[in-house]
Design a protein. Structure first.
Ligand SMILES: [Zn+2]
Length: 219
């Protein structure tokens, strides 16, 4: 009987992965080559918001992010956390940065059963406490163009409490158009907080005009 037909072996493969989440080579979690592909960091300037990202969202990096987000490969978080950890530390002048994680939509969270960004940040050694939450359900971003995404994002997030006096660094998995991060920044500021900057695991190369832009991650 082929191994893939054996439910027990399939279950063990999830618990103890034997294929690299990036390239599929026989290895545990993430192979050395894919770890080496996580970088170099890049910076993006959005209106009023500086974003530092650990790697470009393409090739193996894209595979790793998708494996973590959509493939249930939470075991890849350790390697990805090593890539994002230096950026989290550098994003703030204080020793322990105050982080505001961009929340997944309710649908995505229910589908996955876990929160990829939260896992990532915890693995990077930082505490996670809720700062932002989804205020209302948005249409799937991937069906919208750039203008549509910005409109769709406006008002989609809100702070869980008053943020007066807090200087926060936003954290998300992938920067595409920036609409989601800008909405997160708006929500923090609306609650009285200051946004120091943003950190993402990966960033797509800037694409303007956005006529071909349809790769927004499912949130
Ligand atoms: Zn690999």
């Amino acid at each position: 009987m082929p191994a893939r037909m054996n439910p027990l072996l399939d279950a063990l493969a999830v618990l103890f992965p034997v294929e690299c989440a990036g390239c599929g080579s026989p290895d545990r979690s993430v192979c050395e080559q894919c770890c080496a592909a996580l970088g170099p960091a890049l910076e993006t300037q959005l209106p009023g918001l500086h974003v530092a990202s650990a790697a470009r969202y393409e090739g193996v990096v894209r595979e790793l992010v998708l494996a973590l987000k959509e493939g249930g490969r939470t075991d890849a978080a350790a390697a990805l956390a090593r890539a994002i950890a230096p950026l989290l530390g550098a994003a703030s002048s204080v020793h322990i940065p105050d982080l505001a994680l961009v929340p997944s939509s309710r649908g995505a969270r229910a589908r996955r059963g876990y929160d990829p960004v939260g896992i990532l940040v915890r693995r990077a050694g930082y505490r996670v406490s809720p700062v932002l939450r989804v205020a209302r359900t948005t249409a799937a971003q991937k069906t919208l163009d750039l203008v549509g995404r910005a409109t769709n994002s406006a008002g989609s997030l809100e702070a869980v409490r008053d943020l007066s006096g807090r200087r926060l660094t936003l954290v998300d998995d992938v920067l595409t158009t920036g609409a989601t991060l800008l909405e997160a920044a708006r929500a923090v500021r609306e609650a009285g907080g200051e946004v120091v900057g943003a950190v993402t695991l990966a960033a797509t190369p800037r694409r303007y005009p956005a006529s071909h832009s349809n790769s927004e991650q499912p949130r």
